[in-house]
Structures are given as structure tokens and as C-alpha cells.
Design a protein around this ligand. Sequence first.
Ligand code: CDV
Length: 308
Amino acid sequence: MRQIVIGAAQMGPNQKSDSREVIVARMVALLEQAAAKGCTLVVFPELALTTFFPRWYMDDQAEVDTWFEDEMPNEATRPLFDRARELGIAISIGYAEKTPDGHHFNTQILTDRQAKIIGKYRKTHLPGHSDYDHDRAFQHLEKRYFEPGDTGFPVWRTQDAIVGMLICNDRRWPEAYRVMGLQGVELVVLGYNTPSVNSQMGSEGLEQRLYHSELSMTAAAYQNATWVVGVAKAGDEDGHPLMGGSIIVDPNGYVVARAETEGDELLVHACDMDLCNFGKETIFDFERHRRIEHYGLITSQTGVVRPA
Ligand code: CDV
């Protein structure tokens, strides 16, 4: 059995006024809980270190940059990395990354059990818009503040498993999982910040949003015979509700752990990577069954071209 005891560290809201230090202290508390339960990997959400700032319109790049990290770890996050190293727990954290040459990405990193960063993923599918949108109930300015990721969908070998990462909206795109599936992925870890209401359709509320989130992750887990761990930042951030619904999904598409709150909450499951084998060797044996001669449109075309 190739087992990883995984902690899905759902986080409650981060207010605009919360310092990185206060937030990191909450993350360390979740890490301590995870250690007590025997976890060797703890997954934190997208933009774990700050509020979901793309809901706020900003013109001043210097102000925008205050939400970004220039290096990782840095002074504020070092206590988390140090404690993770002492406890022998690998971590995956989402944050806004500013590179030394001035690029801005929505990023997730993965460490080994010595707190060394072994993997970095930059969000590919950026939702939302670039300019102020008067028609929305609230803004979603990811396309303004981030560039589309330049990493593609790599996987890493760690803890005797093949691990990949996605970030939030990526979890709704089957192509993203399949590219990792084609590299044998056995565990996809991802974080998200999903508003509880659709900013463009008020009637799409929490129930439907939770359903679509779970549907995307459970389907992808099954279709790629992989574990999927989806971790929310949830609750009310300065009057803007984010949904919870963090889940751990097994390679048959079943939810084996689910968050019950919209606060800091740790889900734990002992995930056996060998559970991926059956699906990968039978119905989703890609080598035997995929028909790539018919898949060209997936990489040659973005939008729909309707027949005349
Ligand atoms: N942070 C996100 O990527 N949020 C999107 C919302 C805008 C739908 C999501 O897919 O959850």
C-alpha cells in the first residue's frame, strides 16, 4: 500500500485588515492538528495568505503589489515552513506571486517533507474580467491582476506518488486533469476561493455552486483514476461570502471526506495511491483506449465554431 495521510486545511475568511502573520498563525494551528492526526501532506487553499483581493478594483499597481509575495518562503510565511519541517509534513499553499522580473501569477507550491519547494504551478484558467464591470454584483478581476500561468500542468514524484496541482477555476476544466492524467497523476491537490453567489446571476446560489464544484472534481477523479483534494477558503470576507465544500475524492469519484463548516477546518483521510491502479489499467487505460486522431480540436481551437 502506498499511503499518504492527507490533511485538507480549509480556511475561514481572511479580512482585508488581517496581517499575513495572523493568517499564518492560523495555518500553523491547522498544521499542528494535522500532525496530531498523522498527516504527511497538508493542502491549503488558493490565495491562502490574503483576502480574495480580485474582488476589489484597484488602479494603483503599488497597492496591487501589496497583495503579492516577492519570495517564498518570506518573513511572514517562514514560521509555517519551519514548523512543517519540524513536523515532517509536506505543504501545498496558494498565494499571489510576483516574480523578480515583475510578472504576476496566481500560484500554488508543493514542498517535500523537509519544507523544500519541489513544485510550482501557476493558474491557467483565469476567470473574470480586466476592467470594472458595472453589470456584476461584485467584481472578479483576476484577468486584471494576474497573467495566465506559464507552467502548463506538470506533475511531481513525491512521497511515492505522482502529484499535480490546479487552482480554483482550473478544477472545472477536464483538459487540465487529462494532461496530468497522461503523466500518470495519482493525486491532484487544489485550492479555491469561490463566491457563494454568481456575480452575474443572483439566482445561482450556494447549493448550485457547491454542486458544480463537487461534480467537476468527482468526475475528474473518476475519469483519470486519481485522488483529488479540493480545499476552500470560505466564509464572509468583508461582506463577501465564499463557499466551503472542501472535499477529498477517491479514484472512483467518491467523496471520502467533506467539510461541514465555512471556517478553519481540517479534513483528514489516509489515501492509498494504489487505489488508482485498477482504473488506470482497465476502463481508463489511456494507451489502449484513447483515440487521439479525433481530439485535434481540443488543442487547435478555443471557442465554439458552429456549422453554417
Ligand atoms: N477564484 C476562482 O477561480 N473562482 C471561480 C469563480 C469566479 C467561479 C471558480 O471557478 O470558483
